[in-house]
Design a protein around this ligand. Structure first.
Ligand SMILES: [Ca+2]
Ligand SMILES: [Ca+2]
Ligand SMILES: [Ca+2]
Ligand SMILES: [Ca+2]
Ligand SMILES: [Zn+2]
Length: 592
């Protein structure tokens, strides 16, 4: 029975990896099985989700279609088991070599033979697919505009809600890559599959197969195998109707990406092994009636952009761990300082402003894709001006004690259309992104932020707290206010960073005198307190006198030469004293 055992081995080696998007943060009234009405939102992701009320109770949805409070330990245990099984499966996938196709190149960027390419202008196969019970509202021209348009639109607001993306998915990546990557989306369809949306919401591999079969006679799949390995590089499905990641859209498909180490099916003799899918219509039927006068809005670009990044190899950055849910001993605060929240497309940033204004990719993400070759390292005292990346500025890297721990700092602006609304909503200034992981753990088949107290990527927030949205006993107002305090100086006016929250010992590389300029650049002094000529930890008139005495040939014994050279020209003279006077009067040093 040699033949049979070989088949068995092959079968067990094939595994499927699924990445999903984070549930939309959107509270609405829901009616419980006992008749009470509470405000709740969906929390979690494709794999494990629940509903939380504004006051932090967990609500589940049962098989009879009723919402009820999750009071029993069994209820919570079942949620936790879903997630723990997933973690186990991902570990098994790794053991089986799922990640073998994802690695790092000699420059340290994420790469892989079968990832969708992230440079140039690759063609992306997009199928518009509808169900037996749901058809498209929008045309292929509308979808083409959403994905490919070069033109930037004005924001469209309906009843106080952002209702339309101002730019396309292609332009989003063109902007974030600094012109190095602008995918071209080839849109086909519509095609109809043989089952209902509800059926496919729990049979996603069937959905991929049925969609490809429906399109087989109309699409030359071989055109989309750009590396010629016999596998279609990616099939992306834009499906008709709503997305399951919104509260109230049960029975619709949750946006996701799928990857198998085998293949889902074969069409035109080409193997299908990687697929992405996301919804056509934004919001929920109830919102359409209440907010949008029964006119369905097209989805924003955020969900598509998030899923598309998965197909290029990056994992989710939101924290998720079933064990933190335990009812008798639960740990809502464990979701804090564990992820990026709306600061990353790969966390909640894809959902920003109802998916219409996704957070631009940050410097580290641009590095993963190879759009930033490498970072300049800061390692000695200097006066630095951080200029936002959109101005051809740069991000810097600050090293920890080992290769897998470092920090990336960049300036976040708000005067660019892709950063619209950052000033009043998310925040602007210097963000400090803590990387605490090998690059390979950012690949799409792993979870990088699921270990409590030891996340792989998170901000070091100026206000010392990133409230996790999964932290279900926090109010939504506190969550939003907290984001404005994350960048430096931010809403709390934090002008120094001396504690880097290193997981590997103390990092003695303080940043002082952080000032945000009107053009959104950020000035700071690195590893020294600029102007503190007498070394007392303050900058004031006493330091001016120290410099005056120094220039008169009578320096004090404690005179600090590096600190005294405030204009950084290697000479100490009255100009340095004048710089300190200016700092005292204006709160910032003149430009050198
Ligand atoms: Ca291929
Ligand atoms: Ca905060
Ligand atoms: Ca001083
Ligand atoms: Ca000087
Ligand atoms: Zn995701």
């Amino acid at each position: 029975m040699l033949f049979r055992s070989i088949i068995l081995i092959l079968f067990t080696l094939i595994s499927i990896n699924i990445n999903a998007s984070k549930a939309m943060r959107y509270f609405r009234d829901i009616t419980l099985n006992d008749g009470r009405v509470v405000k709740a939102t969906l929390v979690g992701d494709e794999h494990m989700h629940y509903h939380r009320t504004t006051d932090g109770e967990i609500i589940l949805y049962n098989s009879e279609g009723k919402y009820y409070y999750a009071a029993s330990k069994e209820d919570i245990d079942s949620l936790r088991n879903i997630y723990n099984n997933l973690v186990e499966q991902q570990n098994t996938n790794q053991a089986k070599g799922m990640r073998s196709s994802v690695t790092t190149n000699k420059n340290g960027h994420l790469t892989g033979t079968r990832l969708f390419p992230c440079t140039g202008n690759p063609k992306v196969l997009v199928l518009m697919v509808e169900f037996t019970d749901v058809s498209f509202t929008f045309t292929s021209e509308d979808i083409d505009t959403l994905l490919n348009s070069k033109k930037m639109n004005k924001n469209v607001w309906i009843n106080g809600v952002v209702a339309k993306s101002q730019g396309s998915v292609a332009e989003y990546f063109n902007f974030c890559s600094g012109g190095k990557f602008r995918p071209q989306f080839d849109i086909y369809g519509t095609f109809k599959v043989n089952n209902t949306a509800a059926y496919y919401s729990s049979h996603e591999t069937d959905f991929v197969k049925d969609a490809c079969k429906a399109a087989e006679d109309y699409v030359d799949f071989s055109e989309y195998d750009q590396d010629g390995d016999g596998y279609v590089d990616l099939v992306y499905i834009m499906y008709a109707g709503y997305g399951g990641n919104w509260e109230g859209n049960e029975g619709t498909i949750w946006p996701k990406t799928l990857y198998t180490s085998g293949n889902f099916c074969t069409v035109d003799g080409m193997k299908i092994h990687r697929a992405g899918m996301s919804n056509e219509i934004n919001f929920t039927p109830a919102d359409i009636a209440e907010v949008f006068n029964n006119e369905k809005p097209l989805v924003g670009i955020g969900t598509f952009a998030h899923e598309f990044c998965h197909t290029m190899g990056i994992t989710d950055f939101y924290p998720n761990n079933g064990d933190w849910l335990e009812k008798d001993n639960y740990h809502p605060d464990w979701y804090d300082n564990q992820g990026m929240e709306e600061w990353s497309l790969m966390d909640g940033g894809g959902n920003r402003q109802n998916t219409c204004l996704p957070t631009p990719l940050n410097a580290f993400e641009r590095y993963l894709f190879g759009w930033i070759d490498d970072f300049q390292i800061l390692d000695e005292p200097a006066n630095i001006t951080l200029t936002p990346l959109r101005d051809g500025g740069q991000a810097y890297k600050i090293l920890g004690n080992n290769d897998n721990e470092y920090w990336i700092i960049e300036a976040i602006p708000s005067d660019n259309e892709w950063y619209f609304g950052f000033k009043s909503y998310t925040g602007t200034g210097m963000t400090v992104t803590h990387i605490n992981s090998s690059i390979s753990r950012f690949s799409a088949s792993t979870m990088v932020n699921g270990t409590h107290g030891n996340p792989g990527i998170t901000l070091v927030p100026a206000d010392r707290r990133i409230i996790g949205f999964f932290d279900y006993d926090e109010s939504i107002e506190d969550y939003e206010a907290s984001m404005l305090g994350d960048p430096f100086p931010g809403s709390q006016g934090v002008t120094r960073l001396t504690d880097w929250w290193s997981k590997d010992g103390t990092i003695d590389k303080p940043i002082y005198q952080i000032v945000q300029n009107n053009d959104y650049s950020v000035d700071f002094s690195f590893m020294y307190l600029r102007g503190d000529a007498n070394g007392d930890g303050e900058v004031g008139m006493a330091d001016v006198m120290y410099i005056v005495n120094y220039t008169l040939g009578t320096p004090a014994p404690s005179f600090k030469t590096r600190e005294a050279d405030t204009n950084n020209d290697g000479i100490i003279n009255m100009t340095d004293a004048m710089y300190i006077v200016s700092y005292i009067l204006n709160g910032k040093f003149p430009k050198e």
